[in-house]
Design a protein around this ligand. Structure first.
Ligand code: ADQ
Length: 735
């Protein structure tokens, strides 16, 4: 599924014309689909005269010969969708040009409508076990729409363009719907790790959805996340170098025409993200500052027209035309036109001839998902005789380190790099180009496609394992039976939210007598090691539970521990530092200022921002902002920002309940009954650390890796009461 098919219909005076679609997606996917097989569903382009017989005949021909299935969009829908929301709202924002953003709610409606029409087209053709591969920013709502209609379908999504930084993404109108739309997929793949990370930050910041590096869980469904840089089909280019007559003739002509001159080549869709004016200005600067290059160099700029219905693109065209005139007018000579500007699509054979000819290929994107031109050029340079100058803002820069990298906004330095490229000695030139060439040949589009599809299949088969992992409701009689038959028992219980309900202020949650009695009885059993693990400070735990004999206490989520055998607290790791506190404190204070009802709790080894009393939506929104800010700030340290129930806690990464439980398992080896209960994310570390036969119990709703769930703290207290009871009569209700 992609917005465009590889073929586009155009209405001419004579009737209908079929032309090849321009752009990277079509260039990449065409050879892949030809090899692997599969159907391509997309918009045919011109949608006038849907009932026209000639048009219908062409479309059925496409289906028969090319497996292309055309989706027709009503004219207003097509305009609002394609030229509107997709290309005037999404495109600029995703390329970090928020100032070019235009938004019109009607265009958004058209975007949503177009996605629905695409969805119907897939549903009509879908057969069980099909893999559905959705491409690019035009169809971001499609995964969720498909999920609703075809709940079991395997849906993968690939974003060809960059994902914007977390400062910029939130400006996007309808950002929530877009992210939710994507979350219908089983696999979400991006061009680079950088883009994937920005997507994860956006998810956290906008939807409050947390993810791991390669995965996120949405209820009972896993979603796989991947960085999969797209490749090309090298043979489609290098293959034309030898044996294709037209290409050979083209090449011969170019060589003759530009003999004795160094050739710089640039090939772009005429889009403002490609940095064409910036390149022309840098070129002018190069010529002005290097008189020795006079009549010795030319730049061939190929610019294929694109999105001409949009004003910004018209303005760009005007500006480029002006620069072309200015450069040739002021810097050329009667024998020398320094800039050859070709403003049309050219044949593949012509393009390959130019790649072969060019001494330097100059890719100057201001922002680009990947940039295939860079790879196509390199594929045509198997002899190693050429230099790639590449913008550091193209996705390709992440894997083409042997190119000479430029910041296209810096005209002087770019010009200097071009000068260097022209003068590079042969040895270095060959070393760099050969390494690039090998990599482009190795990581081709077929390998990319295979990796995507394998990953999609894996993601789907993961679903089953997820469902198996879904927790069951805890049956008190079963756990009580196991308890009674065990001889060495480890019980690990959280406090707030697990044994008592949450209160608005942490100090209001003092334990009721029933809880103290319950803990006292369980801790007194000689076969038991009962551990209370809490996020609370040692001081508070000592005050509330210090008198209970045989009870082991773990404070601050694992930072400190007091075993029954000892009368004092010890840190889980020696030499704990708290020097970071003065740096983090002002940030939290700033959030307190902004959020009425929130406050800071200072623990010995941690700082916590609580926002339970804040207005819920505003609190969540700021919490997301705080976490992403702290994540960036603490990246290189051993500190992390952790989410709790309506709180964000900053503490050392290892000071967690899982580490503490690891220590307890060492101190108390060989238990034949392990029970652990908790209600929040910090307890998940405990569940993760315990063996699979442990009774791990999550208290309340939400996702968990525990094996069992109970509804709330009261149910859990009843269960513990049953265990403690074993013949005795213990009350578990608050008096
Ligand atoms: P595009 O923005 O279209 O693709 P790019 O990757 O450079 O950018 O692909 C352009 C394609 O068009 C190339 O195959 C090139 O050969 C061809 N082309 C360009 N000018 C041409 C001309 N005048 N005549 C003929 N052919 C021409 C989007 C993203 C990119 C990402 C691709 C693929 O914006 O970042 O690399 O998808 O994922």
């Amino acid at each position: 599924m992609s917005n465009r098919l590889p073929l586009t219909l155009k209405k001419t005076k004579e009737g209908w014309d079929t032309v090849r679609s321009s752009g990277g997606l079509a260039s990449a996917m065409n050879p892949l689909l030809a090899k692997t097989g599969g159907d391509w569903i997309g918009w045919a382009g011109d949608n006038e005269g849907e009932d026209d017989r000639e048009r219908r005949a062409i479309l059925s021909q496409w289906t028969e010969t090319d497996h292309c299935f055309a989706v027709d969009l009503p004219k207003e829908v097509a305009a609002g969708f394609y030229e509107g929301y997709a290309n005037q709202t999404l495109w600029p924002v995703f390329h970090n040009f928020p100032s070019r953003l235009m938004f019109d709610a009607k265009q958004w409606d058209a975007y949503a409508e177009a996605n629905r029409i695409f969805c119907e087209a897939v549903v009509r053709r879908y057969r069980p076990n099909d893999l559905i591969w959705v491409h690019d920013y035009h169809l971001m709502l499609l995964p969720q729409l498909l999920r609703a209609k075809l709940p079991d379908a395997a849906v993968g999504f690939f974003l060809h363009i960059p994902f914007p930084s977390s400062e910029i993404f939130p400006v996007l109108p309808r950002r929530e719907e877009l992210l939710e739309g994507l979350l219908g997929a089983d696999l979400l793949a991006f061009q680079t790790h950088g883009h994937l990370q920005q997507f994860r930050t956006a998810l956290l910041r906008v939807l409050g959805v947390e993810s791991k590096i390669a995965e996120l869980a949405l209820g009972s469904r896993p979603i796989r996340l991947e960085a999969l840089p797209i490749g090309i089909a090298p043979e489609e280019y290098s293959g034309l170098l030898n044996g294709d007559e037209k290409a050979a003739q083209q090449y011969g002509e170019w060589v003759k025409r530009y003999q004795g001159r160094k050739v710089l080549l640039a090939v772009d869709r005429l889009d403002y993200t490609k940095g064409v004016p910036e390149r022309l200005r840098a070129y002018a600067h190069l010529l002005r500052s290097s008189p020795e290059l006079k009549e010795k160099v030319i730049l061939i700029q190929i610019a294929v027209p694109t999105r001409e219905g949009i004003d910004t693109y018209q303005n760009l065209r005007t500006e480029v035309n002006r620069l072309v005139g200015e450069i040739n007018g002021t810097l050329g000579t009667p024998e020398w036109t320094p800039l050859v500007y070709i403003n049309r699509s050219i044949d593949r054979s012509e393009l390959v001839g130019l790649y072969q000819l060019a001494d330097v290929c100059w890719v100057g994107s201001l922002r680009d998902g990947m940039n295939l031109v860079a790879k196509e050029y390199v594929a045509c340079k198997s002899e190693g005789d050429g230099v790639l100058v590449l913008s550091e803002f193209a996705g390709a820069a992440a894997e083409m380190g042997e190119a000479l990298l430029i910041n296209p906004y810096d005209e002087q330095r770019t010009a200097a790099t071009i000068r260097r490229a022209l003068a590079l000695d042969e040895r270095e030139r060959r070393l760099r180009m050969t390494a690039l060439n090998h990599r482009v040949l190795r990581n081709d589009v077929f390998r990319w496609g295979e990796r995507f599809l394998t990953s999609l299949e894996d993601a789907v088969s993961e679903r089953g394992r997820y469902i198996d992992r879904q927790p069951q409701r805890l049956r008190p009689e079963e756990v009580s039976y196991a308890y009674r038959h065990a001889r060495r028992r480890l019980l690990v219980v959280d406090y707030d939210g697990t044994l008592v309900p949450f209160t608005n202020w942490p100090w209001q949650a003092a334990p009721p007598a029933a809880v103290i009695e319950l803990l006292t009885v369980l801790a007194a059993e000689p076969e038991n090691l009962l551990v209370l693990v809490s996020g609370r400070s040692a001081q508070i735990l000592e005050r509330w539970f210090g008198e209970i004999r045989g009870l082991c206490l773990v404070a601050e989520h694992g930072a400190e521990i007091k075993t029954p055998a000892s009368s004092s607290w010890e840190p889980l790791r020696p030499q704990l530092s708290t020097e970071w506190k003065p740096t983090v404190m002002p940030i939290l204070e700033h959030f307190v200022d902004r959020t009425p009802g929130s406050f800071i709790e200072e623990k010995k080894y941690a700082l916590v921002w609580h926002y339970r009393m804040a207005e819920p939506e505003f609190g969540e929104w700021l919490a997301n902002e705080l976490v992403s800010m702290l994540e960036a700030m603490l990246a290189e340290t051993e500190l992390r920002a952790f989410r709790g129930e309506k709180s964000i806690e900053v503490k050392p990464v290892w000071a967690n309940k899982g580490e503490a439980v690891g220590r307890l398992l060492r101190d108390f080896p060989g238990p034949d009954f392990i029970f652990a209960a908790g209600d929040d994310r910090t307890d998940e570390d405990v569940f993760a650390r315990l063996p699979s036969n442990a009774w791990t119990v999550h208290v309340g709703g939400g996702s968990t890796r525990a094996a069992y769930v109970v509804d709330d703290f009261q149910v859990l207290r009843r269960v513990l009461g049953l265990l403690a009871n074993a013949g005795k009569n213990i009350s578990v209700e608050d008096s």
